[in-house]
Design a binder for this molecule. Structure first.
Ligand code: SF4
Ligand code: SF4
Length: 146
């Protein structure tokens, strides 16, 4: 039986939260150092890109309640150098640490991506892995939620 869109959204929401909890507990083991300066959220200045997956966008859109367009290459949720979406931030935001071992972080990132792909397969969601600006500016993604 095909699940209703609202049912998919609430199930995906809790599964994404589980993946983020798993990620956060793994990241704690690395004891990464971060001064929360916010520089890496200004993608153009930092020379960095943040890629996000479809289930993460659903989770973000469902929980943030304050959608912002992203006209420039700085995350619109960065205000006064602080993340205003911290509880719902993406896997890439959670994993990136400028002073950590990048190989270790890449491995964790690959594992997280695999989990998001599996989630898409389970709920028959289109899998997208797009940079934040492309994803935020894609209205068809909003169509996935009620
Ligand atoms: S990871 Fe590095 S650049 Fe990003 S907020 Fe932390 S200290 Fe700043
Ligand atoms: S959601 Fe928060 S942590 Fe992620 S890029 Fe935006 S401001 Fe930075």
């Amino acid at each position: 039986m095909k699940l209703k869109k609202s049912k998919i959204c609430s199930e995906v929401d809790s599964k994404v939260k589980e993946i983020y909890d798993w990620l956060d507990s793994n990241i704690k083991n690395f004891n990464p150092q971060c001064t929360t300066c916010g520089k890496c959220c200004d993608f153009a200045a930092y020379g960095h890109k943040l890629f996000v997956t479809t289930p993460e966008l659903l989770y973000f859109y469902k929980n943030i309640k304050n959608l912002k367009p992203m006209p420039a290459q700085t995350c619109p949720y960065l205000e006064n150098n602080k993340c205003t979406a911290r509880d719902f931030r993406f896997a890439g935001c959670r994993i990136f640490f400028c002073k950590a071992d990048s190989e270790q972080l890449n491995r964790l990132s690959e594992q997280a991506i695999k989990k998001f792909k599996t989630l898409c397969e389970k709920y028959d969601l289109p899998y997208r892995y797009a940079d934040l600006a492309t994803a935020m500016n894609s209205p068809e993604l909003l169509d996935l939620i009620e």
